[in-house]
Design a protein around this ligand. Structure first.
Ligand code: IPE
Ligand code: IPE
Ligand code: MG
Length: 244
């Protein structure tokens, strides 16, 4: 971040989301536009996360969910997948002390069992180290799919022997990875794609969506502010009508 970014002030917003989900898309296109290999796009994308976390704290957003790797992303060439796994290893190892020092609480969302054991260990260490931090909650959706999450919740509910009549929306939500957290008020997708791609399909039922053509590595604090400003002006009706 340049000094100019640090000095810039942003008008305060009339309403701020309690939870923002990011579909961090466009790393590949960012690299392609620069004639670079895709993995450098993923690296630039990872570096952007730091800037967005800092901005989230400054703008008063208490929870962020970052969609980093979907259950469908395993279909990509093995070299790309292993490059992304290496970036995650690197990030969890190198950034955790700074995240901890900034009181960020890290949580994992997604299928746990088929993550490589050393990555499970990195997540375990990072979540344990940061579990009492309160400034910002950062959920990392890695090997995450909304359908996968729902199936995992159903399995847990069945395993616990909860009777059908006791299953309410609240009970169900308490079995998702976001248990105890408010649903995302705002879901931001970078790089222009008008689809959900299996992200928070339960929790996003009444989220406001914001899609920008800006590619994820270029999505900076100004762009984040624009999204928040748009959100602040949205009229949320939840199926009702506008009050007279
Ligand atoms: C998002 O960027 C990162 C992941 C899905 C892992 P992409 O790699 O999907 O970038 P594009 O969509 O090809 O530009
Ligand atoms: C969604 O992006 C997943 C992540 C950002 C991690 P994709 O690039 O995988 O989505 P599609 O393939 O365009 O739907
Ligand atoms: Mg993509």
């Amino acid at each position: 971040m340049s000094d100019r970014d640090n000095l810039k002030t942003y008008p305060s917003l009339s309403r701020t989301p309690r939870h923002v989900g990011f579909i961090m898309d466009g790393n590949g296109r960012w690299a392609k536009a620069r004639n670079l290999p895709r993995h450098l796009g993923h690296r630039a994308g990872m570096e952007n996360v730091r800037r967005i976390l800092r901005a989230a704290v400054e703008f008063g957003v208490p929870i962020v969910t970052l969609y980093a790797f979907s259950t469908e992303n395993w279909q990509r060439p093995q070299s790309e997948v292993s490059g992304i796994l290496d970036l995650l290893r690197e990030a969890l190892a190198n950034e955790i002390n700074e995240l901890d020092a900034n009181s960020v609480q890290l949580r994992h969302m997604g299928n746990w069992e088929n993550l490589p054991p050393d990555i499970q260990e990195c997540f375990r260490t990072a979540t344990a180290q940061t579990q009492h931090n309160e400034r910002l909650i950062m959920n990392i959706a890695f090997n995450y799919g909304g359908r996968q999450e729902i199936i995992a919740a159903v399995r847990d509910i069945v395993r616990e022997g909860i009777p059908p009549e006791a299953i309410t929306e609240e009970v169900f939500a308490a079995h998702l990875y976001t248990a105890g957290q408010p649903d995302p008020d705002l879901i931001i997708r970078t790089s222009g794609e008008m689809r959900v791609s299996n992200f928070m399909i339960w929790q996003g039922a009444y989220a406001e969506y914001y899609v920008t053509p800006v590619l994820w590595p270029d999505f900076d604090k100004d762009e984040f502010y624009k999204a928040l400003e748009t959100f602040a002006h949205r009229e949320r009706r939840y199926g009702g009508i506008r009050p007279a």
